[in-house]
Design a protein around this ligand. Structure first.
Ligand SMILES: [Zn+2]
Length: 196
């Protein structure tokens, strides 16, 4: 019994960890998205290129290609971070990792955050709005999200029959899943009651 309780606690912990990661993802992504939407960003921006390379993996882009691109970027910009002591209480130091080198500071921060997202498996959530006239960069909170706003989504569905069809199929799938969930939910309490 004790063991079971412990096992249960562990799984709850693992679950809350996933949520924490998603939250941090959003936090990092805000900096990346701000840079990608920035007017200061030039054509051929390396941050944008890295996002594109990820989309092209593993067929149109290789791991080696990404490694080489990142290596060139680091050499060219002399990219580095340097620790600066903010404060030092006994046993607890606060360090600010300052960006050094030739890269624009906002661009450099976006690079750091983007790589952090990539390490967490979240780089694919940095996307460009699928409404062509919009093209705004955003962070997808859900895997299926393709538009930066509800408005862009609705306007696209209104004008394009193909999108409309896709949407109808998607909604159908959602309804089926909801039905399945409800059925499971109805069965769930009964099973529990039986065990007791
Ligand atoms: Zn949009």
């Amino acid at each position: 019994m004790l063991f079971m309780r412990r096992a249960n606690k562990t799984s709850q912990k693992a679950h809350s960890h996933v949520h924490a990661r998603n939250y941090f993802g959003e936090f990092d992504a805000a900096v990346v998205v701000d840079w990608l939407n920035s007017k200061r960003k030039l054509p051929g921006d390396p941050i944008e290129k890295l996002v594109e390379l990820n989309v092209q993996l593993p067929i149109r882009a290789t791991e080696h290609e990404i490694g080489a691109f990142l290596g060139r970027l680091v050499r060219r910009s002399k990219f580095a971070v340097a620790p600066v002591l903010e404060s030092a209480a006994p046993g607890l130091w606060r360090i600010d990792w300052k960006l050094v080198g030739k890269m624009d500071s906002e661009q450099g921060l976006a690079l750091r955050k983007l790589l952090h997202l990539a390490e967490m498996g979240l780089i694919g959530r940095v996307r460009k709005c699928a409404k062509e006239a919009c093209g705004r960069w955003f962070y997808a909170k859900f895997e299926h999200q393709r538009f930066h706003s509800k408005r862009c989504q609705q306007e696209t569905f209104k004008t394009s029959p193909a999108w409309k069809k896709q949407r109808a199929e998607y909604m159908k799938r959602l309804r089926q899943e909801k039905k399945l969930r409800e059925r499971k939910w109805l069965r769930g309490p009964k099973r529990k009651a039986g065990r007791r």
